[in-house]
Design a protein around this ligand. Sequence first.
Ligand code: PRX
Length: 653
Amino acid sequence: MSFSYQIKDLSQYKEAYKKSVEDPEGFWSAIANEFIWRKKWDRVLEWNFKKPEIKWFVNAKLNITENCIDRWAETQPNTIALLWEANDPAEPSRSITYRKLLFEVCRFANVLKNNGVKKGDRVCIYMPMIPELMIGILACARIGAIHSVVFGGFSAQSIRDRINDASCSLVLTADGGYRGAKQIPLKEIMDVALRDDTAVKKVIVFKRTGVSVSMQPGRDIWWHDELKKMDDLQSFECTAETMDAEDILFILYTSGSTGKPKGVVLTCGGYMVYTNYTFINVFQYKPRQIFFCTADIGWITGHSYIIYGPLSAGATTTMFEGIPTWPDSGRFWEVVDKHKVNILYTAPTAIRSLMAHGLDPVKDKKLDSLQVIGTVGEPINEEAWHWYHDHIGKKKCPVVDTWWQTETGGIMISNLAGITPQIPSFATLPLPGIQPVLMDENGKIIRGSDAAENALANGKKDTSELLTGNLCIKFPWPGMLRTTYGDHERCRLNYFTSYPGFYFTGDGCFMDTNGNYRITGRVDDVLNVSGHRIGTAEIENAIDMEPGVIESAVVGFPHEIKGQGIYAFVIHAEGKIDEDAARKKIIGAVTLVIGVIAKPDKIQFVAGLPKTRSGKIMRRILRKIAEGETENLGDTSTLLDPSVVEEIRNGKI
Ligand code: PRX
């Protein structure tokens, strides 16, 4: 099926953008009209960024799985919905048609119901990248249960926090998972997470690795046994639950600059329309193309562009269980050739790490099926952009650099493949419907979309300074977060108070004279390590739990592969310590509390931290030292004890 709202050339982009600003409701309702609704909306939009309260497609009723599965199962039943590539290249891949996907999702939805899951219940999903993960997610959506997927790299404690925050009553997991040469003992980790009291009543376990696991009677049940029950009952059909457009589809936890991760809430109607619209337009998806997003479903990219975006477009989506460097660093390219992938969507970190392995792993691959390639998750440096463009895209595939966030639900700023100009290291232009603004620190808008021209007209030659600021969005879009689960005030404080009346992204940004955006990175205390978002406060909390640690301060530093590395400054109680042993313990503590993704790369023991007289750590100074900039540390006169800086500088590792 082709979509009437697919933009086909630059003038259509300009037209669509203009319409989306002049008449946002008309713009989005025309798009939404092409979906299957049980009942259409009474009003397209109600919003207030002060409260905040955002409602799209007010009073409309739908079920997202009817749009992602049933409509294709009817019109193109034999089209492959999911292509799955195993961790081990020797294990056969699996393919699931839309007809089969409908069957599997309904059968498993009945398993959930049979285990007491009802509309509105929260289900925690901690699984490897296997088709059953997608089936589990869609089965939740089918019956109106709210899924909360937790990335497989998180520790037991992180899982417990997430399970408790959302009061999940059921868990989907597996005995274990494969990741390259390693096996992850998922069930064992889950057992630790559930050791203390939680609301979890049932744990459904998929057998993936065959490792022996303990099954708690009355709580833990095998996925295959539950399916067998449905087979015996011939229980293969499951009417989709009627959902309000504003009912919660899922919760996904993400890090902020303070406190524990927050549960970003995305809703059924707006998220569906937005992921579909952005998928079709950014990647310029054409019927029968094979789409491969290499992200993990534990992150928003996997939710939006492995599952909901591609399936709502009737596309074939690819899911890869393994890692890019195993058994060798040609694995991604091998998957592309094997499945004749047309659109590849990956992260700058993956590109940089594969680039570091040289061209040998690429040379024997054809890569001739590729038509569009994309990146997401962090700024892409020009060198990596060119390598990707030249050696993977063979200079003929457009590269889309897509900027967005967990909170935005879908892509916000990006070139449209082959339609709008690409500029290395720039996400370029906002999608239709998105109204970004640059703010200065005093909350004054630096730029509307026409501002660069004015600057030039006023005789400014170099606008770079003028056009650098914090990125905000001034008008709602359907995919945006509605709240943070269980704590609306936190949502307001986090996103809507820095610049009253605007959604603040937390990102810094530069705009060129043609209105192209280049996202420069977070301006808050959030790190982006290998595309994983982690708050410095979370890491500090974990480090501080280690006996002997008095205080710590964590900052990021530029890392060639990961984008940002983690640098921890730690004050230890004992004067003379075995530093290597203490480092190992601290790394162990962080792994235990958060997970392997938050392991510090560098730990420097210090006698004191640079604090102002009011006790605030001056991270600016630590950041500079971590970056290797030891000369121009700026004004240190407000420090309580300026001599600590000298000591820290001398001890830099
Ligand atoms: O700093 C931006 C960066 O990733 C952050 C969002 O992280 P997360 O919610 O985990 O979602 C990642 C996947 C959508 C943003 O605040 N970021 C994301 N995409 C880009 C980017 N930075 C620069 N360029 C991008 N294309």
